[in-house]
Design a protein around this ligand. Structure first.
Ligand code: F6R
Length: 262
């Protein structure tokens, strides 16, 4: 895993955006996996800026979102459909049919999940997957003890995730759906590159366990230690519990210029 420690969330997000922009310029038909939540907001703002000011072209890009709440219609204010359209899609030139998000209203959820997996394969697989991390170490909504072999499926959120996400529902935990559809850890591990972002002190423990702890399903993000191309963009606060920060900075500062894409 490559650990990239930036001064703050903004510079971390801008660095991550440069990796995505480079991919899209080199491969205009790139398939990109996307996340929601607070973490990727600055990243999406930077991609929007690059689209407007630098002509970054998403017209042939396909996207697949990681997850969606079960039971929320696409136009619900807290649905991840709304989130993606409000915070990214409506501001760039993506073709709506190419923007895939799990359907939280699917009548037959297992059948929908199988079709979602097939659609990813048909698109050629995910070139780059954007990830956040839960304070409990979840990726997508693969909560602790999720199988490392899991594929897109229904999951139950932990109480901690419900509490963490209540802020989007006016602070009312009762309004947070308990179920979601999420890509599995196996799905995420199939992406050719994984790009995880984590900012703030409340992610520091999960980041340290992910990078320097044992690979274990109790800390789902730790599986990224087995991914051949995982980059972790963090700020100083999220890096605060890591042991080898000096080494990560030394590696990053000493990279040959041709390797420096961020
Ligand atoms: C969202 C997702 C989640 C979030 C995680 C962190 O699509 O897959 O894993 O990335 O819950 O959320 P924030 O960024 O709000 O702290």
């Amino acid at each position: 895993m490559e650990i990239i420690i930036k001064r703050d969330a903004l510079s971390g997000s801008q660095a991550a955006a440069r990796v995505i922009a480079r991919l899209v310029r080199e491969k205009p038909t790139a398939v990109i996996g996307l996340a929601t939540g607070s973490t990727p907001l600055m990243l999406y703002n930077e991609l929007i800026r690059m689209h407007r000011e630098e002509g970054l072209d998403f017209s042939r890009v396909t996207t697949f979102n990681l997850d969606e709440y079960v039971g929320l219609p696409p136009d619900h204010a807290q649905s991840y459909h709304r989130f993606m359209w409000d915070n990214l899609f409506r501001h760039i030139n993506i073709v709506p049919e190419n923007a895939n998000i799990p359907d939280g209203m699917a009548k037959n959820i297992p059948a929908f999940c199988a079709v979602y997996e097939q659609a990813i394969v048909r698109a050629g697989g995910i070139d780059l997957q954007v990830l956040g991390i839960g304070s409990d170490g979840h990726v997508g909504f693969n909560e602790p003890t999720s199988s490392f072999a899991s594929r897109t499926r229904i999951k139950t959120l932990t109480r901690q995730t419900v509490a963490d996400n209540a802020r989007f529902f006016g602070g009312d935990e009762a309004k947070v759906p308990h179920h979601c559809i999420t890509m599995g850890i196996g799905t995420i591990m199939d992406a050719r590159m994984n790009l995880m972002l984590a900012f703030g002190e409340n992610k520091a423990e999960a980041v340290a366990a992910t990078v320097e702890g044992p690979v274990a399903s109790i800390m789902p993000a730790s599986i990224l230690q087995h991914h051949p191309a995982a980059k972790l963009f963090i700020d100083e606060a999220a890096a605060s519990r890591l042991k080898l920060t000096d080494y990560y900075r030394w590696v990053y500062d000493g990279k040959p210029s041709w390797q420096k894409d961020a």
